[in-house]
Ligand binder design. Structure first.
Ligand code: CTP
Length: 396
């Protein structure tokens, strides 16, 4: 770990890892030891900390630790650490470990907003991602002082989930260096200050797509409408409410994207006017009529805006079909109408999909190819979708 105030949160991450049976060697930088002392790391890891290239020189720790690791996790990663890692500076034991490690490397940056947003730090993060390092996006929120913004270390539980995902699935970093934008959840169209028209989407499939893209090495923006599940660690989170807000956020986030995935359940209609004050029973009478007007089709608009072959665009479709042939026909028609590269088609009439942890889909390509993914977890469906995207990226 590197030396930042968020080092105290790394204590929780270490505890979670040892409690779940992992063998952890702590390699703090000199600055990290100013925040949390060696005794804490040693007590929790059950091992001596390694903090110097000169200690135990007979065991060549600076080479062995990196070579033998299954995973290297840097929590927190400071601006200085990101810079040194990018340039291959081997000025202490941690940076030596980073140079010798050939296993997956996950970094969780934490710093002040200005330091994270600085072009130098951004360029370093981009370069590390291009090389396959998983660099989590910092969370936004309260920083050390009274200020707030992006730069917070994600919560220890979320970092542990990301580590678990990497160790369990051992995904290839085949989205390394790619910028991915995923929309998820259901939009809400306000009727008045207290009511809205919403839908049944839990956002779970979109969240799994974002999570798996992070573990495959992508820089991920998650445009989140209403979600029933927690967003994963390491994504740039943009919260939206209405279809119009989602549209604006997607257009902005997509400007430099390699891949766009639209899993959000976007309202097709919204009330033509939002009442400024709560609609009252007495004034509405026995029947309340609301005129609805169509919203923008975000997916179709994003495909229209595309120039050339970038980004790859993936749509989702929930259909109630009478037969498998009917499902194929509905999917084919929607794929053509939306103009996207891939359409992931769900049958929602027979098996429960909304809020469920499993899903069964058809992935239809604009080249006519169809892949059927039998019933499996939404995380496994997400991996299947990314496999299809990676094939298209490789061809372009
Ligand atoms: N979608 C969108 N904007 C909308 C409606 C849908 O971007 N206003 C996107 C969804 O995110 C999804 C895809 O379009 O990726 C298909 O959504 P779906 O609801 O199945 O299609 P609709 O266009 O609404 O067609 P219909 O409801 O008539 O089947």
């Amino acid at each position: 770990m590197a030396g930042g105030i968020a080092a105290y949160k790394a204590v929780e991450v270490l505890r979670g890892l040892t409690e779940s049976g992992h063998d952890v060697t702590v390699v703090p930088t000199a600055a990290a030891l100013k925040f949390v002392g060696a005794a804490t790391w040693e007590a929790l890891s059950g091992k001596a900390v390694h903090d110097s290239v000169w200690a135990q020189a007979d065991q060549v720790a600076h080479v062995r630790l990196g070579q033998e690791a299954d995973l290297v996790v840097v929590v927190p990663a400071t601006a200085d650490l990101l810079a040194r890692a990018t340039h291959g500076v081997a000025s202490d034991l941690l940076t030596n470990v980073l140079l010798t490690a050939r296993c997956p490397v996950l970094m969780a940056p934490a710093m002040h907003t200005e330091m994270w947003a600085h072009p130098a730090t951004q360029r370093n993060a981009t370069e590390l991602r291009r090389r396959g390092v998983i660099v989590l996006e910092p969370a936004a929120g309260r920083l050390t002082g009274a200020d707030s913004g992006p730069g917070r270390l994600p919560e220890p539980r979320q970092i542990l989930d990301a580590i678990d995902d990497l160790l369990r699935r051992r995904p290839a970093a085949d989205l390394a260096g790619r910028r991915v934008v995923v929309s998820a959840g259901g939009t809400r169209e306000p009727l008045d200050p207290v009511r809205f028209i919403g839908n049944n989407s839990s956002g779970r499939q979109g969240v799994e797509l974002a999570r798996t893209a992070v573990s495959r090495g992508a820089a991920v923006t998650l445009v989140a409408a209403s979600l029933d599940v927690d967003p994963p660690a390491g994504v740039l989170l943009v919260r939206v409410g209405t279809a119009a807000e989602l549209h604006a956020a997607m257009v902005e986030a997509s400007s430099d994207a390699d891949v766009i995935v639209m899993t959000a359940a976007v309202a097709d209609f919204r009330p033509d006017a939002e009442a400024g004050s709560k609609i009252k029973k007495e004034s509405a009478g026995a029947t309340l009529r609301i005129d609805l007007v169509q919203t923008v089709d975000v997916l179709a608009d994003l495909t229209r805006r595309r120039e050339g072959e970038r980004p790859v665009i993936v749509g989702f479709a929930a259909e109630t079909a009478t037969s498998n042939d009917d499902l194929h026909a509905l999917g084919k028609a929607k794929l053509a109408r939306k103009g996207c590269d891939l359409l992931v088609v769900n049958e929602v009439g027979r098996a429960p999909v909304f809020g469920a942890v499993e899903n069964e889909v058809l992935i239809m390509g604009s080249d006519g190819g169809v892949t059927e993914l039998s019933r499996r977890s939404k995380a496994a469906v997400a991996d299947g979708c990314w496999d299809a995207v990676v094939r298209i990226l490789a061809e372009r």
